[in-house]
Design a protein around this ligand. Structure first.
Ligand code: 26Q
Length: 825
């Protein structure tokens, strides 16, 4: 009876319609005749979810049965965006569902728009984690993600009329979330504070007791692979109080006290920290990190133990990838479990730990390296602080042995930074506790080896320090966001997308078509279509009429001085002033250009917010100037998100990736633009370099100083400063115009202008002239439309390397030693 009843769902159109209507009537308890788009979205999502659940079950059953080696991706951020369209693509059910909802009186496009983004991340690091999950499932690798189920994702960004960024909460769980399965029975206890006492029995063990105990509850998010039944898991933890509230206080009438501890437990997973590249040493952030690593490790260990294997085999069956230093506490936590609970000896425990973990570094900016005050750590995690001291002592003894008497070196390499207060250096702990350390692009990995971890390379040998260049999933970042281009590629290559989307090097076969005029015409038509789609979006959200005959020039990323949105906006002002000074006849020869910005600033990052304000006010002036508005316009699109990126990226002619050389670890949106046939304007930094290697330097617009020059330039700024008027008159002129109030109250911008006049740490004055020259090259190149389209086609054709499938396979093969486990169809 069971066997007969357990079958796959029927996915012909009539069955899908029945399933959707059934969900309307039962799961939603609504009437089919007055259903709105939101209801239709929910019912369609629930119907699709049924498929995911069956595949998920089958996959997990098979993994359990075969007990293969597994890998776990620990990330505090998963920037997933929307799910429905991706699930439909990966399940191969897009056409069937399109037809079904149409038949039921809805448009799929409208239904998809109803879904809120799952925005549990800040930017690149979180979106990378999401791409890697998609690729792991698509490559049929037994990989799970572990993260936190924040009640509130990244804040919603509003822009005031003055151009001020305002933040509003993102209550993404307000409507029920069809993509997660609450596992209220999967819970673990997590302790904070209390006391740790070393046992006096010579065992090296300690007892940790007292303090606060909270509960971690699992929520599972299904991650379907593309054109495979394999469906992996992303497990997100929610915190809740171990027992409801304190009945004694409650009965005594002290309601506040009664709910206090329960509130503080729930607070742990309430909100994503909206900072990237800065640590503030906030206790709640450290609590999040420990809560999440402790729950994940307990879960991983329980699963491992269920296989019946012995603990010394752990690293042969489990690899754990640390996404930056945020999960570094997993290292002392696994030590604690092994020593205090499993009664493993220190040396063996350390052997197990250092064969299990792998650490990915995402930044070399000194201010972005995570450090935690020792007093805070001692208070919150007393046993872990002991273990970190022990790790440090043993480590420094080994360093001392190799470099006798080199006290400087000991100070440099210590896990504990001297100072008031002392701080724990998380990157060093992650490094010595891991089997491999990698950066995220060739240049970045080299900088990791030669700057922040130089001493460790010398001490441990270079083979531990590698590179895995980032990648992006072509499912979301080509097929979903640019269906017309995807269709054109399939038609031209005479290949089903199921083939080339999983083997992106196949795009190479587009190269000959660059010389095919008919193909170029279609290529241009797709780009035009995408520009019009973006223009419609801007019209409905902002009310502006965008000129779709213009060149679209896009910079979208978190606001940060090192990413140099300032350089871009000063470039725009320079262009505006230049056009303003032209004779009307001259102007008519120009390519019209529309410049788009989008991105969020960390709420406490004052200078970044001022940059937004400047952009908004420059836009106000430029867009209203009758002399120039036909040739140059500027938009700051509020509330940048994954979904907005999906509209912007396919519409771009050029995009800007203009960080000071050596500061952007990789960048991943650069890959997304190029995959969609947009050309890149950028510095010789991060993955820009490898993109240029693949697509050819003639197809990118590089400018600016190179990474090795940066240190010397900064030294000059400090010790031999040259007034900006002398060094870069064009930039000086722009700064003066801003100062003088051409774009509203000039005084407001002084702090921003002063970052360039004084110190200019990110070298705008060194790169401005070559930046302007690069943009002039872009204009020249754009005049030859045929040549431009060829560049665009060749760019897409050469982007195969940047599939996250390639990246995840590198992790699986070179680091995790992981084999695929295919769920039979
Ligand atoms: C750390 C401690 C406390 C609070 C916040 C943080 C924190 C949070 C997020 C620190 C950093 C981040 C995010 C970093 C990030 O997104 N880095 C980007 O990672 C991408 C993927 O590798 C790269 O492409 C980008 O170059 C890199 O900037």
């Amino acid at each position: 009876v069971w066997k007969e009843a357990m079958r796959n769902l029927d996915n012909d159109v009539p069955s899908i319609e029945r399933s959707v209507v059934n969900h309307v009537q039962t799961s939603l308890a609504r009437q089919a005749y007055n259903l709105d788009d939101t209801g239709a979205y929910q019912a369609a999502a629930l119907s699709v979810r049924d498929n995911l659940i069956l595949n998920w079950n089958e996959t997990q059953l098979l993994y359990t049965k075969k007990s293969p080696k597994r890998a776990y991706y620990l990330s505090l951020e998963f920037l997933m965006g929307r799910t429905l369209d991706n699930a439909l693509l990966n399940l191969g059910l897009k056409d069937q569902y399109n037809e079904s909802v149409k038949h039921l009186g809805f448009s799929m496009e409208d239904i998809l728009e109803q879904e809120r983004d799952a925005a549990l991340g800040n930017g690149g690091l979180g979106r990378l984690a999401a791409c890697y999950l998609d690729s792991s499932a698509s490559q049929e690798l037994p990989v799970w993600g572990y993260g936190l189920r924040y009640q509130y994702g990244i804040f919603q960004q509003l822009i005031s009329p003055e151009g001020q960024q305002l933040e509003a909460p993102d209550p993404w769980l307000q409507n029920q979330n069809p993509w997660e399965l609450p596992r209220l029975d999967v819970t673990y206890e997590i302790r904070f504070y209390g006391n740790a006492e070393r046992l006096q029995d010579g065992s090296g063990r300690a007892a940790w007791h007292g303090g606060q105990e909270v509960l971690a509850v699992a929520y599972d998010v299904m991650i379907p692979g593309c054109y495979t039944k394999n469906t992996n898991n992303l497990r997100l933890w929610e915190s809740k109080p171990k027992r409801g509230f304190d009945l004694n206080s409650f009965n005594a009438g002290d309601y506040e006290r009664a709910v206090e501890s329960s509130n503080s437990a729930a607070a742990i997973t309430s909100v994503l920290y909206p900072n990237d590249h800065t640590t503030f040493g906030k206790e709640l952030r450290l609590k999040q990190q420990y809560f999440w690593t402790a729950a994940s490790l307990q879960d991983i260990l329980r699963r491992f133990k269920n296989t019946g294997k012995t603990i010394t085999d752990f690293p042969d069956f489990v690899s754990i990838q640390l996404n930056d230093t945020h999960p570094t506490l997993a290292i002392p936590e696994l030590m604690r479990i092994l020593i205090d609970e499993e009664e493993v000896q220190w040396d063996m425990a350390w052997h197990i730990v250092t064969r299990t973990f792998f650490y990915t570094n995402h930044t070399v900016l000194p201010e972005a390296l995570e450090k935690w005050p020792v007093p805070l750590m001692e208070h919150l995690l007393p046993r872990h602080m002991q273990i970190i001291y022990d790790i440090n002592m043993i480590f420094l003894q080994a360093v001392e042995k190799k470099y006798p008497g080199d006290r400087d070196r000991l100070g440099r390499m210590s896990l504990i930074e001297e100072g008031f207060p002392k701080q724990v250096r998380m990157a060093f702990l992650a490094c010595i506790g891991s089997r491999k350390v990698n950066g995220v692009a060739e240049l970045h990995s080299e900088l990791v080896r030669t700057t922040i971890l130089k001493d460790f390379v010398e001490f441990e040998g270079i083979s531990k320090f590698g590179n895995v260049t980032n990648g992006i999933t072509p499912r979301r970042w080509l097929d979903q966001c640019n269906p017309e281009l995807s269709a054109l590629i399939s038609k031209t290559l005479k290949l089903e997308k199921s083939v080339w989307l999983k083997d992106l090097y196949k795009l190479k076969d587009l190269l000959p078509y660059a010389d095919d005029a008919e193909f170029r015409k279609q290529w241009v038509a797709v780009k035009q279509h995408n520009k019009e789609r973006l223009a419609r979006h801007v019209k409905t959200t902002l009310g502006f009429e965008v000129n779709t005959n213009a060149m679209f020039d896009v910079q979208i990323k978190r606001l940060h001085e090192y990413k140099r949105q300032n350089l871009n906006i000063f470039g725009v002002i320079h262009r505006y002033l230049t056009i303003k000074n032209m004779a009307p006849e001259e102007r008519k020869k120009l390519n019209p250009r529309v410049v788009f910005f989008a991105g969020k600033a960390a709420p406490g990052y004052w200078i970044a917010k001022l940059t937004i304000r400047l952009i908004v006010n420059v836009a106000r002036v430029i867009n209203a100037d009758p002399d120039t508005k036909d040739y140059l316009s500027l938009y700051f699109l509020p509330d940048y998100s994954v979904s907005l990126a999906e509209v912007l990226i396919p519409a771009s002619d050029i995009s800007q990736h203009i960080s000071t050389a050596g500061t952007e670890a990789s960048g991943t949106s650069n890959m997304k633009f190029c995959l969609n046939g947009g050309l890149l304007v950028g510095t010789v930094d991060g993955a820009n370099i490898e993109i240029a290697e693949e697509v050819g330097e003639t197809n990118v617009f590089f400018f600016g100083h190179l990474a090795p020059a940066v240190e010397e330039l900064r030294y000059q700024h400090v010790y031999h400063p040259v007034p900006i008027e002398e060094k870069c008159p064009a930039l000086a002129n722009v700064l003066n115009q801003v100062s003088s109030g051409v774009f509203g109250d000039g005084g407001v911008y002084e702090p921003l202008l002063n970052t360039i006049r004084q110190g200019d740490y990110y070298l705008l004055s060194d790169d401005f002239d070559s930046y302007i020259a690069a943009l002039d090259m872009v204009d020249k190149a754009y005049l030859d439309k045929t040549e431009w389209v060829k560049k665009s086609i060749r760019t897409t054709a050469n982007m195969g390397k940047f599939s996250s499938d390639r990246a995840i396979n590198e992790y699986a093969e070179s680091y995790w030693n992981l084999e695929s486990v295919k769920v039979p169809n």
